[in-house]
Design a protein around this ligand. Structure first.
Ligand code: HMG
Ligand code: MG
Length: 304
């Protein structure tokens, strides 16, 4: 049982990227701007706002340059973007981003379906991207997907994610976000994974990115929190999925994560009421109901 909590936790918001990439329609630029503005107004300081992947593969996010150019660099705020190769990095650098994220999967089949490369090929590409980023003073975050399971291969040995993580850290990634891409993880499995990473690389540079497909994300986050993870990815309203992971739902809803943390005395720097408003914006932007629990229930439960 959790008997002590950290004072603060860092929330890394992914809805404009991980959320909108999976929408059946392309959300207009102005609506994306509206969503990012609402997230910033809630006090979120780390947002993955765009993706410089192939516009043929993900047309939903083809306007990344325009979106990031609208915000520019801001003191205390990190707006990041996915970047699958040197071309992606050049696009990101052309609008002066301070951070990009590279990504690959612990399982070969998902990696191939998602970025059309083997794991080794992807690592070679990211060695080049991290080198380019170093030269430009751009920070690089790394994702390892399918750590808890692969939609094509089933169970994945955690040692695979660990060896990829080591490589990404050696290349200079400042943080590695471990993905339960299809939301199959359980608390016991999470404990095994987090224990392994704590022993082998430490948890100060590890984040968890948990899709809530089967409702286990918060339980897994609690296990991570208990073991020392201090950064969690989340998506407002629970918006999202992965277009190359069939059946995947969105990340844990940011409001649910922040509600739980604040109610346990953990601060995030986020204003939960303003975050709830951002969830309303997200719902209006995509034009369909979002699944987040606090999004639906509201932020308060006591009678005032
Ligand atoms: P490819 O087709 O193998 O690429 O795609 P290529 O290098 O052979 O190039 C083919 C064409 O694409 C060329 O154009 C390139 O210029 C162009 P052409 O000469 O034919 O006119 N191209 C690009 N254009 C713009 N920007 C680029 C770029 N790269 C190539 N960066 C590639 C390989 C990686 C590009 C492709 O597979 C791709 O874009 N995949 C991205 C898929 C994706 O975005 N998936 C979702 C994000 S990952 C995720 O959601 C998981 C995560 O949330 C964590 C988790 O949940 O676990 C992060
Ligand atoms: Mg994801």
């Amino acid at each position: 049982m959790l008997d002590r909590v950290p004072d603060t936790v860092s929330v890394y918001e992914v809805s404009p990227r991980d959320g909108l990439q999976n929408e059946p329609t392309v959300v207009p630029l102005e609506q994306k701007v509206r969503l990012v503005e609402a997230l910033l107004a809630a006090g979120i300081t780390r947002i993955e706002a765009a993706s410089f992947v192939s516009p043929k593969w993900v047309p939903q996010l083809a306007d990344g340059e325009q979106l990031l150019a609208r915000f520019g660099r801001r003191e205390g705020i990190t707006l990041s973007a996915l970047c699958p190769n040197a071309r992606g990095f050049e696009r990101a650098a052309s609008v002066g981003v301070a951070e990009v994220a590279v990504f690959l999967s612990a399982s070969e089949t998902h990696n191939r379906k998602n970025i059309n490369r083997t794991v080794d090929e992807a690592l070679a590409i990211y060695a080049e991207v991290t080198e380019m980023a170093r030269a430009e003073g751009v920070r690089v975050r790394g994702y390892v997907s399918t750590v808890w399971g692969c939609p094509y291969e089933g169970e994945v040995e955690p040692a695979r994610a660990l060896s990829i993580t080591r490589r990404l850290l050696e290349m200079g990634c400042y943080e590695i976000s471990l993905g339960d891409t299809i939301g199959v993880g359980t608390p016991l499995q999470t404990r095994r994974i987090v224990d392994l990473f704590a022993r082998e690389v430490g948890l100060d540079r590890i984040a968890l990115h948990l899709h809530d497909t089967r409702g286990t994300a918060l339980a897994n986050i609690l296990v991570g929190l208990e073991h020392g993870v201090r950064t969690f990815d989340a998506s407002v309203g629970g918006l999202g999925g992965c277009p190359y992971a069939p059946g995947a739902a969105g990340n844990v809803a940011t409001e649910d994560l922040v509600y739980m943390l604040h109610a346990m005395g953990v601060s995030t720097g986020i204003d939960l009421d303003a975050l709830w408003e951002a969830g309303q914006v997200a719902e209006a932007v995509v034009g369909r109901p979002l699944p987040g629990k606090v999004h639906k229930a509201g932020t308060r439960w006591r009678r005032s």
